[in-house]
Design a protein around this ligand. Structure first.
Ligand code: ADP
Ligand code: MG
Length: 238
C-alpha cells in the first residue's frame, strides 16, 4: 500500500454530491498539488484527510491504517489555512506553541521545538509580537511554524499563499520548496495558481466537478493530458 491511500471516497452534504469516487495513492515524501476550479471539492478532500469532515463512503488510510474514525489530533496531520487562523491575543511564540501546550508537552520540549521552527522560518526576532504587528508573509510563516512544531507525518496546505501579493507568493513558494527539501515530509497542497502547481508538484491532481480528472507529474499532464479540461488547466496546446 502507498503511504496515504484514498479509496472510493464520496462526500455528500445533504442531497448534494460534492465528491464522487475519488481514488488516489500518495507516496511518502511526495509533494502533491491539487488544482481545479472553485467548488470542485479540493478543500473538502483536505478536510477529510485531516479529519474535519468524514467521507460519506470510502476510506482514507495513512501508513496502512484506516483513519476514518481516528480523531484529527491523532492523525499526525497538520493543516495550514489561507486565512492563517492565528489567535490575535497571543504572541507568535504562544501561537506556535499552543498545540503542544494543549497536548501537555513539557515546557522545555515546547521551547526547543518553537526555537527550531522559528530558525527555519526566520521568525526568531518576532516571537514576542502579536499577529497584528506582522506582515502577511510573516503571519503565514507563523501558521506554517505552528504546523512544523508538531512534526506531522503529513502537511496539508489549503491555498496558503492566496492572500499574499505576487512577489511575496514567489518568495514563499521557494521557501516551501526548501522546507520540503529539508524536512522530507509528505505535503498535500491546494492552489488555483497553475504556475504555483507546476513549480511545486511532484504529483499534480487535476479535479473538476468532484472528480479527479487526471493525476501525475506536471510535465506528463502537460505532454499527455487525458482530456480537454486537463489540457486547458495545465495550459497544454493539445
Ligand atoms: P473548493 O475548495 O474546490 O473550492 P469545496 O471543497 O470548498 O471546494 O466545496 C465543494 C462543494 O461543497 C461546494 O459546492 C461547496 O459549496 C460545498 N460544501 C462545502 N462544505 C459544505 C458544507 N459544510 N455544507 C454544504 N455544502 C458544502
Ligand atoms: Mg477551497
Amino acid at each position: 500500500m502507498a503511504f496515504l491511500e484514498i479509496s472510493s471516497v464520496t462526500k455528500s452534504f445533504g442531497t448534494v454530491n460534492v465528491l464522487q469516487d475519488v481514488n488516489l495513492a500518495i507516496e511518502r515524501g511526495e509533494f502533491v498539488v491539487f488544482v481545479g476550479p472553485s467548488g470542485c471539492g479540493k478543500s473538502t478532500l483536505l478536510r477529510m484527510i485531516t479529519g474535519l469532515e468524514n467521507p460519506t463512503s470510502g476510506t482514507i488510510a495513512i501508513e496502512d491504517e484506516v483513519v476514518n474514525d481516528v480523531e484529527p489530533a491523532k492523525r499526525g496531520t497538520a493543516m495550514v489555512f489561507q486565512s492563517y487562523a492565528l489567535y490575535p491575543h497571543m504572541t507568535v511564540f504562544q501561537n506556535m506553541s499552543f498545540g503542544l501546550r494543549m497536548a501537555g508537552k513539557p515546557k522545555d520540549f515546547i521551547a526547543g521545538q518553537v526555537r527550531q521552527a522559528a530558525a527555519i522560518l526566520r521568525l526568531e526576532k518576532l516571537l514576542d509580537r502579536k499577529p497584528a504587528q506582522l506582515s502577511g508573509g510573516q503571519k503565514q510563516r507563523v501558521a506554517i511554524g505552528r504546523a512544523i512544531v508538531r512534526e506531522p507525518r503529513v502537511f496539508l496546505f489549503d491555498e496558503p499563499l492566496s492572500n499574499l501579493d505576487a512577489e511575496l507568493r514567489v518568495q514563499m513558494r521557494a521557501e516551501l520548496m526548501e522546507l520540503h527539501r529539508r524536512l522530507g515530509t509528505t505535503m498535500i497542497y491546494v492552489t488555483h495558481d497553475q504556475v504555483e502547481a507546476m513549480t511545486l508538484a511532484d504529483k499534480m491532481v487535476v479535479m473538476n466537478g468532484g472528480k479527479i480528472q487526471q493525476s501525475g507529474a506536471p510535465l506528463r499532464l502537460y505532454d499527455d493530458p487525458d482530456n480537454r479540461f486537463v489540457a486547458g488547466f495545465v495550459g497544454s496546446p493539445k
